[in-house]
Design a protein around this ligand. Sequence first.
Ligand SMILES: *[C@@H]1O[C@H](CO)[C@@H](O)[C@H](O)[C@H]1NC(C)=O
Ligand SMILES: *[C@@H]1O[C@H](CO)[C@@H](O)[C@H](O)[C@H]1NC(C)=O
Length: 360
Amino acid sequence: MLSIPRFATLFLLPLLFFVQLTGGACIPKRAGVAPALSGNAVTFGAGTYPRATRLSNGNLLGAYTSTSNGENIINIVISTNNGASWQAQGVATRGVGDIDNPFPIQLSSGRVLVAFRNHSKDANGNYTFFRITVCFSDDLGKTWQFLSQPASDPAGPNGNWEPFMRLSNANVLQLYYSRENSKTDQDSLLRTSTDGGATWSTAAVISGGELSGNRDGMLGVATCGTGQPLVAIFETVPVGGQFSVWSVRSTDDGKTWGDRRQVYQPTGTNNNAGAPQIICVGGTTLVASFMTDEDTSAHQWPQQAAMKILTSNDGGITWGHKTTAFAVPGFWPGLLTLDSTSFLALADHNGAKAQKIVLN
Ligand SMILES: *[C@@H]1O[C@H](CO)[C@@H](O)[C@H](O)[C@H]1NC(C)=O
Ligand SMILES: *[C@@H]1O[C@H](CO)[C@@H](O)[C@H](O)[C@H]1NC(C)=O
C-alpha cells in the first residue's frame, strides 16, 4: 500500500472534489472516438477539392479549385469564426491548364504557402508537362506570388499529383505528393525544404516503391504528437482492381517509413474507397476520411461517392466508428482539426462545403 501521510490526504481530498465540481476546468477534455455531426454543413466555396489550415492568429485559411472562362482558379478563403462561415480572401493563381489540388500551410515566419498541381495540355487535351508549383503570400492569403516548382516532369506517364505539406518537429517543410512511374504504377514521394519552400531536396519514396503495378496516391499525413508515429494515409489500386485505403508509419518524423497496412476495404463488390486524409484531434484520436461508392450500386467512381470518416485511438493500427460526413455526392474530401474535441469535414457536395463533427 502507498503510504500517503494523513495530512496530505486531508489536503488533497477537497482539491479532488473541487476539480470534479468544476468539471476539471484546467484539465483539457480528451477527444472520444465516436463522431457526431454538429449543425448543418456551411458553404466553403463554389468549387471543388477543399483544403484548409489553421493560421497562427486563430483564423482558418482554406483553398479550393474552380473553373471560369476556360481557366482554372486556385481560390483562397478565410474563416474568422472557427469554420462557422467562410469568405473570399484572394486568388493564389489562375491559368489555362490542369491546375488543381491546392494545399495551404502557414510557416513559422507567418508566410502562407499553397502548393498545387500545374499541368500543361495541348490543343487535344493531352498532357505535355506535369508540375507541382508553390506560391506564397505575406498578407495571409490576399496577394500571391510564385515561389518554386518542387516537381516537374515532361509528359509521358510521369504525372505529379496531390501535394500535401506539413512542418516536421524540427520545423523542416515536408512536401508529400504522388508520382506516376507508368500508367499502372504510382508511388508516394517526399521532398523537404529548409528555406521555406524556395528550394527542395531530391525525392524519397515513402510508399509503393517495393510494389510495381500498384497505384499509391492522394496521401495525407498526421501525428498525435511527440513520441507518436507519423501516419501517412493513401489510396492504392492494383492493376484492374478497385481502390482501397492504406497507411504507412514513420517513427523518426518522416525519415523512414514502413508497416504498410490496410485502413479500409469498401463493402460490397467492385466498390472503391479512396482519396483519404488524416488528422489528430485532442492529442489522442486519429481521424481518417475517404470517399467511397459503396452506398450505391451505380459503380460510378468518383461521382457516386460519399465522404466517410473512421477513428483510431491506437495510433492508426485499428480503425472503427465509420460515419458518413457527406452523403452522395461527397468527394475529394479534406479534414481540419478545430479544437480538442471537434474537426471539420470538407468535401465537394454540390460545391465545396464544410461540416463540423464532434468526437464523443
Ligand atoms: C505553372 O508553371 C509555369 C512554369 O513554371 C509557370 O510559368 C506558371 O505561372 C504556372 N501556372 C500557374 C497557374 O501558376
Ligand atoms: C492526343 O489526343 C488525341 C485526340 O484526343 C488522341 O487521338 C491521341 O492519341 C493523343 N495522343 C497521345 C500521345 O496520347
